[in-house]
Design a protein around this ligand. Sequence first.
Ligand SMILES: Cc1ncc(COP(=O)(O)O)c(C=O)c1O
Length: 386
Amino acid sequence: MRVLIEERIKKELRKREEQGNLRTLQPEKEGIDFFSNDYLGLARSKELAGLIEERYRALPRIRLGATGSRLLSGNSSLAMQLETQLAQLFQGEAALLFNSGYVANMALLSAVAQKGDVIIYDELVHASLREGYRLSFADRTAFRHNDLADLEYKIVQLQRSHPNGCLFVVTESVFSMDGDNAVLADMVALCQHYGVYLIIDEAHSTGIFGQGGSGLACQLNLHNHFLARVYTFGKAVGVHGACVVGSQWLIDYLVNFARPFIYSTALPDHTLVSIATAFDYIQAHPLLIEQLHRNIRYYCQAVQEIRLPSCVQLVCNQSPVQVVIVPGNASCKALARWLEKEGFLVLPILSPTVPAGMERLRICLHAFNTEEQICKLVETINQFFR
Ligand SMILES: Cc1ncc(COP(=O)(O)O)c(C=O)c1O
C-alpha cells in the first residue's frame, strides 16, 4: 500500500524526538555570547554599521535588490569592484561572489568535478561540501580526519582506478564542529607530489587568520597551491555572503557552469557595501584579531586548571571554536541548560550532527568576551561536574 507522506514525515519527527535530537527554532535568548560565529563582534558593531550606512547612502542610485542574476540585470560595478578587492586581499588572480558559503561550496564542487573524477574529502567537512559532491557526477570517498597516511593511501588507489580523471582533495582550514586546523603544509606537499587538486573551505578562518583576515592559507603562505579557496562573510566578518578565489580561468568556468551562480538573484547592493566596508574595518583594526587570539590563549590556560570526569574530553584549539565532548545527547543538553541558567549561551552539538558518543559543547570565543566572562564560564562547567 502506498505510504502517506504525512505519516512518513511524522514518523521521522517522532524518531528524532525519541532520540532527543529534534531540531526546533528557539526564540532569542539573553546571556553572554559563547555560541555565535561573530568571532570579532563585527555583526554587533555600531561603528561598522555607521560606516556601512554612510557608504550605502553615498551610492549614486537606489537598488534594494539586485533585480536578477549577475548574468542578467544583476551585475554592477559595485560587485566587480568588490571582487577586485577580495582577489587582492586573498592574494588570488580572481574572485567570484556567491550568496552564501553553503551556495559557494555546493556550486564549486558540483561544477568542477565531473564524471570519471574523484572527490576525496576529509570525513568532517561541512554539509555544504557534501551537497556539492552529491550534486556532481564524480565518484567520492572520505579520508580519516586530518590523517595524511590515509589520504595518501586513497590517492594512490584512486589514481590507479581512475587513470583518466582528476582527483580533488577537499578540506576546511578550521573545522566547524571541532575547531582544529587542517594540517595544511603537509597536505599541500602531498597533493603536489601526486599532482592532485586541493580545494579549501576557509569559512572559520576568514577574518581570523592572516593579514587583514585573509585566512589560514595566506597566513601560511600556501595560497598559491590551491585550485580554489572559499571564503565566507557571515562569521568573523559579521555580514553575509561568500566568494571563491582562484585563477581567472576557474572563475570564468564558474560563471559559465556554476548553476547557483547563473540561476539565482545576486547579492543586493547593501550586502556588497557591507562586505567591502567590513574588510576595510578589519584592515584598519588589527587589534581586534589580536584580542581574539589573546582570549583563545586565555581560555586554553584557564581550562588547564579544572578536573573533569574521565568520560568528558576537553579539546583546546588555536581557533575560536573550543570543544567539550560530553557523550550522550541528554548529558550534553543538560550541561548546556545549566550554563544557560547561569547566564552563558553555549550550544550543544548533538548526534546525528556529530557521531553518537561525540556529542559536545561548541564554545565560541570572541574578541569582545572579557577574561572575567571566560573564567566564569570555565568555573561553571567545572561546577556542573562537581
Ligand atoms: C565550514 C563551513 N563552510 C560553509 C558554511 C556555510 O557558510 P554560510 O553560512 O555562509 O552559508 C559553514 C556554515 O556554517 C561552515 O561552517
